[in-house]
Design a protein around this ligand. Sequence first.
Ligand SMILES: *Cc1c(COP(=O)(O)O)cnc(C)c1O
Length: 369
Amino acid sequence: MSLTKSDILARDVLNRMKPYSPGKPIWEVQRELGLDRVVKLASNENPLGPSPKAAEAIRKLLADLHRYPDAQAVDLRAAIAGRYGLASEQIIVTNGGDELITLVSEAFIDAGDEIIIPSPSFSEYEFGGRLMGAAIRNVALTENGQYNVAAILEAVNERTKIVYLCSPNNPTGTILRKSALSELLHALPRNVLVVYDSAYSHFVTEGDYSDGMEFVKAGYPVIVLQTFSKIYGLAGIRVGFGVASPSIIRAVLQVKEPFNVNALAQAAAAAAIEDENHVLKSRRLVEEERLRLYRGFEELGLSYTPSMSNFILVHLGEEAEQRYVELMRRGIIVRSGIAWGLPQHVRISVGTPEENRLLLQALRSILDG
Ligand SMILES: *Cc1c(COP(=O)(O)O)cnc(C)c1O
């Protein structure tokens, strides 16, 4: 008897799901191209590294690795609750913000439900929706990357279950203003869950902005997504969290694996959220370097979307893909816009002053060449 591929059929929906395409890791580019130094500006990581307090918390825990982690993440939830003035019952801790998207999808979407997703935006929203058999309704951002509140409201019908909002939006770096968010929440039916992804909230300098917490506190059907992968510099250890009313959180907890967040991750995140100095330094770096990159792009005659985040969407024109490959050859990894349907763009993460200088230098020589 032989077992062939066709005997075991995976769910049909898997044929319609695009796999997530991560930024190329440094080691892979080093190995493929034989380069010593590689600058990665592709995954919006913190170029300053992890909070030193988080690293210390991990070291302290190494002798206890034979113990299971706390399934309730009591200490970390208390630290988050304290930081934002929330109750612990309003918080769920997850294996990266990505896991929260999957869990929310599992907890709330029935096959045939509809979800509304801005476009272009973070691909995991669609992944979770498709996995659960939802119909996806994309609502395009405007030409310059702004949210169109009227178009979102028009897309809502009686089958709508979730509206995703990403602010600052990945990959455009643009925000949904607080006034527009407020207007949208007023207008949406109360049986529609809003997933408000504010993974990059710490980098926003615009005043008319909300990280979403106040709308949870005000009782709106909103779940806020946050992560320790970006400003806190802990992408490698996988922690994120969600904030919502206790009843929404209880539903999501029902589909969570008991030990979804490992012990080192819990300890590191609890230390990182208290490390105000590291957060401040990281934010200041991004604010200053964003401006340096803008100036650099302008000098090169490149247009870009002004960003409230730690990455910038840059227009490289018809030859964008070639230029992306050229940058890679010179040891600089950025993210191609192709996956977002933006073949003339790349998304560039804000690096250290040195990294940004190397990027601009490489771009200059490519454009001159
Ligand atoms: C990075 C990111 C997340 C969360 O990433 P994790 O590493 O899984 O915590 C969520 N949303 C957006 C838009 C992101 O860019």
